[in-house]
Design a protein around this ligand. Structure first.
Ligand code: AKG
Ligand code: FE2
Length: 308
């Protein structure tokens, strides 16, 4: 039985043989019902989240001409300006600016992949070492969740973990400015969308606003503590499981009372580009809803739909 909202579950229980099965079951139940789950005791101290948001505050406070030096244009690395990303099917860009960090180039080459290179803001020397470290920590948490999910759906423990080794996982540092600082009638912080990737780990955002669309068509605020990680499954996982693990539509609403900036850091877990997203055999009793495609082809297709 699931409650009326995503479960908050303790990752340390995955490492206790007596509690592992129950952890995996709760993870699966919450994700299959809501496409969302909240993870606590994940091993990343809250001081890291606070440092991350301090560095985000410092970076996004730089003059626009400094930030624009780091625009790559491909939407995959460096700075992406306000209003640039438009959720699939929407005509107005989101009220957010953000920065994308991809995986370590040496690790990726070892796996025979080749992704766009990272760029770093010279104005903030701590940015590169800090976020490189956070990337690795999030990758490690994602690896444990990938193992738990594989066990939960009856696969070998390393099935999903092998797909994401050397994958194109991206850390997105988002700044949603206070509304008084942006002028775009009708625009919202993040319009309703599904995530493209396998799953997303969002370190506790600095403010509320994230909402998910539940099975009954109601928008449900995603509540979490600031030291927790919110996890949602994306389109790639939905393809692999024929929607058993859904890509749940979510959005970030504009502040209704206190008009403050908001920061959040999703870590989008991607497989290697060459990995096939063909529906897993155990989900083929219903005809697969989507044709097979590789992760790289699917990413290119979806980035185009988002305005890149
Ligand atoms: O800012 C948030 O809380 C969510 C962001 C999000 O859904 C996204 O960037 O895909
Ligand atoms: Fe999202």
């Amino acid at each position: 039985m699931t409650a009326g909202k995503p479960a908050s579950i303790d990752l340390s229980r995955f490492f206790d043989p007596a509690q592992r099965d129950q952890f995996c079951r709760q993870l699966l139940d919450s994700l299959s019902e809501f496409g969302f789950v909240i993870i606590r005791n994940h091993g990343i101290p809250i001081s890291e989240f606070e440092r991350a948001y301090q560095l985000c505050t410092d970076f996004f406070a730089l003059p626009l001409e400094n930030k624009r030096k780091y625009e790559s244009g491909n939407g995959q690395r460096g700075y992406i300006g306000l209003g640039k990303e438009t959720a699939a099917g929407q005509s107005i860009g989101d009220l957010k600016e953000y920065w994308h960090i991809g995986p370590n180039a040496a690790v990726v080459q070892h796996h025979g992949e080749n992704y766009p290179e990272n760029t770093w803001p010279g104005e903030i020397p701590e940015f590169e070492p800090f976020f490189t470290g956070l990337h690795q920590k999030l990758e490690s948490v994602a690896g444990h969740l990938a193992e738990a999910l594989a066990l939960a759906v009856g696969l070998e423990q390393d099935h999903f973990k092998n797909m994401i080794a050397g994958g194109n996982s991206v850390q997105r540092l988002i700044h949603y400015p206070a509304l008084r600082d942006v002028h775009s009638p009708g625009a919202v912080r993040a319009a309703a969308h599904t995530d493209i990737n396998l799953m997303t780990l969002l370190i506790g955002a600095t403010d509320s606003g994230l909402e998910l669309l539940d099975r009954h068509g109601n928008w449900l605020p995603v509540e979490h503590r600031s030291d927790e990680i919110v996890v949602d499954t994306g389109d790639m996982m939905a393809r692999l499981t024929n929607n058993y693990l859904p890509a749940t539509t979510h959005r970030v609403v504009n502040p209704r009372t206190a008009d403050r900036p908001r920061f959040s850091i999703p870590y989008f877990v991607h497989p290697r580009n060459s990995v096939s997203l063909e529906c897993l055999p155990q989900y083929r009793d219903l005809a697969p809803l989507q044709p097979p495609i590789t992760a790289g082809e699917f990413l290119t297709q979806r980035l185009r739909e988002n305005g890149f």
